[in-house]
Design a protein around this ligand. Structure first.
Ligand code: RM4
Ligand code: MN
Ligand code: MN
Length: 426
């Protein structure tokens, strides 16, 4: 299914006058306060977030998985869904493939389909947290950190295969997330596990093409419950430094212990030029993978404030690879992704409203109250007219969720794919 330009334009007609009224009211107010509104709108229009190839179907929990009617059964259908999402929001112009869940059969065809839909291939992700059919070695006791050289070799070879798949598609980076760790005291020699991981990552790094980057993800616990080899950003940074200047840390919002100050982590990594990737989701307790912004929108804004500061001040840090890493267990995956993209744009827009120079002056004057007020004022602004304006400018729709429902997208997908289609992935 493809949404035609005309369908989007017809949808927009209904809300256009109201939008223009809201936008000009907000734009005037912000311009009076010294905000360069068009610049903010352009930044919002440019911002693109990759969708993981597994996110178009239902996720699951360790207790079960309930497929979502009409979910995509093939990579082509997954790309089709991202195309729908992108045509509505104009913010999902990239896909992040997870291998071996989504190995393309026909590279040329997949490349062409993505290009037609305006989607580029962002980081490719390896998977050494599950055993693959007919694999010689098992990852039950770890992959890149395993005590067995044969297992480590298999895991290294898999990562390199993922890189070569990515090369066919124009990807330029590899994301490594390891489930490696231990569940019982005494099970692991912490030092050896880290050393093996460092050496394995270095081997992958050395063999990647010279224009590729590596993102190293960390996570404090789960699936192991006593220790994780790459448990925190410090360990990830250490490993990235050990590999070289094309290896970076990846921050996944759900991969922190409760109440961790993620914005500070982001700031320090960008200062060091070492923040490469960023995964969005939200959580109440652990790595809950809930819709972005549904639980802690203010925390997300504070994180974005540091991201914006870093993007404006830290030339030593590369442009980031953004990805939504949320799992959809209850809601329509496409609706859930629309909500996540909206929350990301909202937090980003609010962060762009912060007058960084005035904030710096207040910080230097030790005017704590003023500092707090500046952040809260930006956060309390209803920025949705700016986001709608950015979408409109790019050919998207004013309200993606309403358009999705009114145009009957899911109904049409069910008609095409049936009620019982099953997506590969989580
Ligand atoms: C992990 C991690 C990775 C994601 C997998 C599926 O928790 O967040 O980024 O690719 O899940
Ligand atoms: Mn992640
Ligand atoms: Mn995760």
């Amino acid at each position: 299914m493809i949404l035609q330009e005309q369908q989007r334009a017809d949808f927009n007609k209904k809300g256009l006058a109201k939008h223009q009224q809201h936008f000009s009211f907000l734009a005037n107010k912000l311009e009076d306060e010294g905000v360069a509104v068009q610049k903010v709108v352009d930044k919002l229009a440019e911002f693109q977030v990759a969708i993981p190839s597994w996110a178009l179907g239902a996720g699951g929990t360790r207790f079960g998985r309930f497929s979502y009617a009409g979910e995509p059964a093939t990579l082509e259908q997954k790309l089709e869904d991202i195309g729908l999402l992108h045509s509505l929001t104009q913010t999902a112009g990239a896909v992040s493939l997870h291998i071996p869940w989504d190995v393309p059969q026909d590279y040329a065809a997949v490349r062409e389909q993505a290009a037609t839909l305006g989607i580029r291939f962002d980081a490719v992700n390896s998977n050494t947290f599950q055993d693959q059919k007919e694999a010689k070695e098992s990852y039950k006791f770890g992959s890149l950190s395993n005590t067995s050289p044969a297992v480590r070799e298999q895991a290294i070879a898999h990562n390199l295969e993922v890189v070569s798949i990515g090369e066919h598609l124009g990807s330029k980076s590899l994301t490594v997330w390891l489930a490696d760790g231990s569940s019982y005291p005494g099970q692991h020699n912490f030092q050896k596990a880290l050393m093996h991981t460092q050496n394995s990552l270095a081997e992958i790094y050395e063999k990647m093409p010279a224009d590729w980057t590596m993102f190293i993800e960390y996570k404090p616990y789960e699936p192991n419950f006593y220790s994780t080899v790459i448990q925190d950003w410090g360990t990830s940074l250490m490993l990235a430094n050990g590999c070289g200047n094309r290896a970076f840390t990846l921050v996944d919002l759900g991969h922190h212990l409760p109440n961790t100050n993620i914005e500070q982590i982001v700031a320090i990594l960008m200062l060091k030029g070492k923040l490469g990737g960023f995964h969005f989701n939200d959580s109440k307790y652990g790595d809950d993978d809930l819709t972005v912004g549904c639980i802690k929108p203010y925390a997300l804004f504070l994180i974005f404030k540091e991201l914006v500061y870093g993007m404006e001040n830290n030339a030593q840090n590369p442009p980031l690879s953004w990805m939504i890493d949320a799992s959809h267990n209850l809601k329509d995956p496409l609706e859930d992704l629309i909500q996540s993209l909206e929350a990301i744009q909202e937090a980003y827009a609010k962060a762009l409203l912060v007058d960084q120079q005035a904030l710096e002056e207040a910080q230097e004057a030790h005017d704590v109250t003023a500092c707090q007020e500046m952040l809260q004022n930006a956060y309390r602004t209803d920025v949705r007219p700016l986001i709608r304006q950015a979408r409109l400018q790019q050919g998207g729709v004013l309200s993606p969720l309403d358009a999705y429902r009114q145009l009957g997208v899911r109904r049409q997908l069910i008609r095409e794919r049936g009620l019982l289609s099953v997506a590969s992935g989580l």
